[in-house]
Design a protein around this ligand. Structure first.
Ligand code: F6R
Length: 607
């Protein structure tokens, strides 16, 4: 989950690399570095901290036509300058790397035996020495790279420069994303298109095992064994990839407020009051899904919570068995042969290593029909799935996912409607849900109009050490998502429980210092959850409730936040918005780094 960028240009490439890194900081931000060719040598500048620190360390006089740069999320070795990338071998070969080399230890031992000295604790350093080793054994720069990567096991996206070939940058990928950007008199490599949207809208998406050799006037793509490959250049609308705060204080705040538009964009043209449109998941989807007997969802983090809500929908409205697994668990389970299964991966980035590995695992072991619900066109998951629905949320920069979640749920509602249609469920139910879905952007907008209630709750909880979140049924995943938001940006320990589980243990935690946030539905669970709230209040716990009901008396001590009422199945989507805002304001009052919480990164491309 590091970000890499590299380029070869007739103009000074350094400002482009630094701007690219700034746009990639969502992938990691504990250290940064750049290496560039000038005056027959390679200079490198590395720093602990943010890209802005790196920028301030570059001299005004630094200029180069060729370089590679990196922003790091530490895996092997603590964040310090020694471990920051680029890594060099004898000041000749310099490498930036995103991913993990699983066999770095035996490779390191072999290279030490060959006389190479290691100065960092990273797995990356073996790559630099390995390339150097093969160059010394008689290979050219490009064939040394091709030979070296044959020895690597694990995941990598690489940017490589060589002091003896100062006009070239080589990129390579295996299980980690890498794009090639095509400019005029300049060409680039980067972890994603956003890093390069200031210089080009033309991209080639490398496949696993491919390498790209770029200079300012040429791009050559080679396969694993060095055979030339033709990859089509795609034009991507670069205006969709701005990273402008637009007057907001943080990206997370901006992205919360973008949710009504994001949901509109994800359903527009896909659903009418009469129901979902044909072919919105790709041609032939409806025919392929006749008679499916299982739905298997795989996802991580926030995307997993979206999947858990669909599980309830599937059982209640489709009667189809649905199972949801974490990507990090699913890929390691014993493969079970199922009858006609739809495997749905849900991912904002489309590159999350655990989810992607699960998709590949399922294709190999059970051969299901695969669908990905994803925010990034051309991501690995989109390319490797039979069917895709893009969430159309627009770029999400804040590390804590917000608009990705509500748009995933909008797309999952479309999946539900499509499956209801395929399974001949009553037309009036389909119409009712479709209409309510079309009203969702308006409902979400209403939750953004008065921010005072959220600030009030945040003021009461920001100095606490822990918080408990409660929900029942399909509101339980919402409680989990609320707890995840609070813990990741405010560092307050937050746990979610099905409300009925309280008395089986967690009630022991309740006292006046334990805030409890409860999602209260207007359905058959209401009276039960009100009783659970009373159990907390009786033990002096402070309860804040959120739901489409106006029973203010339920939480005399804390407070109740009323949200717009829609169909019960869609109300969870609305109820997450107050939780996002409570977490946001809590983090503001605590003074944490909202968009870049400690230890986290946006795109988790390592297992
Ligand atoms: C939490 C968050 C993460 C991601 C998770 C999966 O706010 O953002 O939990 O949801 O890392 O990422 P994607 O959706 O890109 O697969």
């Amino acid at each position: 989950m590091c970000g890499i960028v590299g380029g070869s240009s007739k103009r000074n490439v350094l400002p482009i690399l630094v701007e690219g890194l700034k746009r990639l900081e969502y992938r990691g931000y504990d250290s940064a570095g750049v290496a560039f060719t000038a005056n027959k040598k390679i200079t490198q500048v590395k720093t602990v901290g943010r890209v802005a620190d790196l920028e301030s360390q570059l001299k005004k006089s630094d200029e180069s036509n060729n370089g590679i740069a990196h922003t790091r999320w530490a895996t092997h070795g603590v964040p310090n300058t020694k471990n920051a990338h680029p890594h060099s071998s004898l000041n000749e070969i310099f490498v930036v790397h995103n991913g993990i080399i699983e066999n770095h230890e035996p490779l390191r031992n072999n290279l030490i035996a060959e006389g190479y000295k290691f100065i960092s604790d990273t797995d990356t350093e073996v790559i630099t020495h390995l390339i150097n080793y093969y160059k010394n054994a008689g290979h050219d720069f490009d064939s040394a790279v091709i030979r070296a990567i044959k020895d690597l096991k694990g995941a990598y996206a690489l940017g490589i420069i060589d002091v003896n070939n100062p006009d070239f940058v080589i990129g390579a990928r295996e299980h980690s994303p890498l794009v090639v950007g095509e400019g005029i008199d300049e060409n680039f490599i980067a972890s994603d298109v956003m890093a390069l949207s200031q210089v080009t809208n033309k991209f080639k998406f490398l496949e696993d095992g491919q390498i790209a050799i770029i200079s300012n006037d040429n791009i050559e793509i080679l396969g694993k064994n060095g055979a030339p490959k033709n990859i089509a250049t795609q034009e991507i609308d670069s205006t969709a990839y701005t990273n402008d705060l637009a007057g907001y204080s943080h990206f997370m705040e901006k992205e919360i407020f973008e949710q009504p538009t994001a949901v509109s964009n994800s359903i527009e043209g896909r659903v009418l009051e009469s129901g979902p449109q044909e072919g919105i998941f790709g041609a032939g989807f409806e025919e392929a899904l006749v008679d499916i007997s299982n739905i298997q969802i795989v996802a991580c983090g926030t995307s997993y919570h979206a999947g858990r809500i669909f599980e309830y929908w599937s059982h209640k409205f489709l009667g189809i068995n649905c199972r949801v697994d974490y990507g990090s668990e699913y890929q390691y389970q014993e493969p079970i042969k199922t009858q006609k299964t739809l495997l749905v991966t849900i991912s904002q980035s489309g590159e999350t290593a655990d989810t992607l590995a699960s998709l590949r695992f399922a294709k190999k072991t059970d051969n299901p029909i695969t669908l990905t619900i994803c925010n990034v066109a051309n991501s690995s998951m989109c390319r490797e799935s039979d069917y895709t629905m893009l969430t159309n949320a627009g770029p999400e920069i804040g590390v804590a996912s917000t608009k990705a979640f509500v748009t995933q749920l909008s797309c999952l509602s479309l999946l539900l409607l499509t499956l209801m249609k395929i399974n001949n469920k009553p037309e009036n139910s389909i119409k009712k849900i479709s209409k309510a879905l079309m009203d969702l952007p308006k409902n979400i907008q209403q939750t953004l109009e008065d921010l005072e209630p959220y600030k009030k709750v945040a003021k009461l909880i920001f100095n606490k050490n822990s918080a408990l979140f409660l929900g029942r049924g399909m509101y339980f995943p919402i409680a989990r998502e609320g707890a995840l938001k609070l813990k990741e940006i405010s560092y307050i320990h937050a746990e979610a429980y099905p409300a009925g589980e309280l008395k089986h243990g967690p009630l022991a935690l309740i006292d006046k210092n334990m805030p409890v946030l409860a999602v209260v539905p207007d359905n058959e669970h209401l009276d039960k959850i009100l009783s659970n709230i009373q159990e907390v209040a009786a033990r002096k716990g402070r309860v804040f409730s959120i739901g489409p009901i106006s029973k203010t008396e339920i939480t005399k001590e804390g407070g109740h936040i009323n949200i717009p009422k829609t169909l019960d199945l869609l109300n969870p989507i609305i109820s997450i918005v107050p939780m996002q805002l409570i977490s946001y304001y809590t983090a503001i009052y605590k003074g944490t780094d909202v968009d870049k919480p400690r230890n986290l990164a946006k795109s988790v491309t390592v297992e």
